[in-house]
Design a protein around this ligand. Structure first.
Ligand SMILES: NC(=O)c1ccc[n+]([C@@H]2O[C@H](COP(=O)([O-])OP(=O)(O)OC[C@H]3O[C@@H](n4cnc5c(N)ncnc54)[C@H](OP(=O)(O)O)[C@@H]3O)[C@@H](O)[C@H]2O)c1
Length: 346
């Protein structure tokens, strides 16, 4: 009998926040690697906010997951069969294996991970796509200068915590926004933020703005946009002339469907937003990190030694078992994760 694997398929498209019925746990034959392909037994898979967008049948920068298709994910595991000279059984590799216990991929699409250097889970977070996103978005688009003030929300996630730590290393005042007192403590005590505000403690954008203004006495020069919604509304009027806004994400609107394109809960009106951009000469630039992977080797060369030495801190939230991935994913979208959300499969 062919070896069996498990995977989680998209059973139906969510309307609003995902529910358990949108996911289906299935068994399938373990795939057989073809020419130049490698078979991997996944040890850890990543859960990321972008996966919510893939569940919608909406036009976006990436195709949606088809109904019945395996949910998409980056994952890391052990090579158990290889038809490529680049990998041998026992090697560890990162690839896009999806929400699944096994995966096959072309060797040139895989990244070798050395467990002797850093834990393999770091390839999913601090030294993977999210950490790279924070590093690239802040340094390349945010154009930080020492003495400036930076605000970032989702401050304790893998993107926000990288943004904050790189900002501090470059001599900026860094103010985080996060959900809850424990996360704010983590932002300050573990990631070295100067201050962190709990967005849940403020009912309106105006109240949050007053608190932010007190923590940003010289105004805000860089707003690293991860969430949209109330935080965006609070920040915009506090931006300094010539401020920069790298638009990385807008998670507070993802459950509105179509990646939030139709959301109407902004706490600042469109004319108010445009006026701020106009009269303060703001630079607002969106980016999708998959278009910038030519910079990944530079990121790894700079940051891997800092992660190995502990100079850059990271926190991981590890759920156990593929069957628990949907619950961990649904919780993460609402802020239930403390650090990078990962699922341990073996
Ligand atoms: N542009 C790109 O290529 C790219 C690449 C990677 C990630 N991203 C984006 O970067 C952002 C952070 O990603 P991540 O992987 O580091 O995720 P993460 O921070 O680990 O998880 C998402 C966090 O979003 C926060 N959140 C959820 N709903 C919110 C709301 N209504 N208001 C404020 N905050 C809310 C929660 O944190 P709190 O509990 O602290 O509020 C939650 O923990 C996401 O928007 C993601 O889509 C973009």
């Amino acid at each position: 009998m062919t070896d069996q694997m498990r995977r989680i398929a998209l059973a139906s498209r969510p309307s609003g926040a995902p529910v358990p019925e949108n996911f289906r746990l299935e068994t399938a034959d373990v795939p057989v690697p073809g020419d130049n392909e490698v078979l991997v037994r996944v040890h850890y898979m990543s859960l990321d906010p972008y996966m919510r967008g893939r569940m919608d049948d909406a036009k976006s920068y990436a195709a949606p997951v088809p109904i019945g298709g395996t949910m998409e994910a980056g994952a890391v595991g052990e090579v158990i069969a290889s038809n490529s000279p680049a990998f041998k059984p026992g090697d560890f590799a990162f690839g896009m294996f999806g929400w699944a216990t096994h995966g096959v991929a072309k060797a040139n699409l895989l990244r070798k991970v050395d467990p002797a250097q850093v834990p393999v889970t770091t390839s999913l977070g601090v030294l993977g796509m999210p950490g790279f996103t924070g590093w690239y978005g802040l340094t390349d688009i945010g154009k930080p200068k020492a003495g400036e003030t930076l605000v970032v929300a989702a401050a304790t996630g893998p993107v926000g915590s990288m943004v904050g730590q790189v900002g501090k290393a470059l001599g900026l005042r860094v103010v985080g926004v996060a959900g809850g007192a424990d996360k704010c403590k983590l932002a300050v005590e573990t990631f070295g933020f100067d201050a962190c505000l709990d967005h849940r403690a403020y009912g309106t954008a105006g109240e949050l703005r007053t608190a932010l203004a007190a923590e940003c006495p010289k105004g805000i020069d860089i707003y690293f946009e991860n969430v949209g919604g109330k935080v965006l509304g609070a920040v915009i009027p506090l931006m300094n002339p010539h401020g920069r806004i790298p638009i990385c994400g807008m998670i507070s609107w993802y459950n509105a469907g179509g990646l939030g394109a139709g959301a109407s809960d902004q706490d600042i009106t469109a004319p108010g937003l445009w006026r701020n951009i106009l009269v303060k000469f703001l630079s607002v630039q969106g980016f999708i990190i998959s278009n910038h992977f030519n910079r990944f080797p530079e990121f790894i060369a700079q940051m891997a030694p800092k992660v190995a030495s502990g100079e850059i801190a990271y926190v991981e939230d590890i759920a156990e078992g593929l069957e628990n991935a949907p619950a961990a994913f649904m919780a993460m979208l609402k802020g239930g994760n403390m650090g990078k959300q990962i699922v341990k499969l073996i």
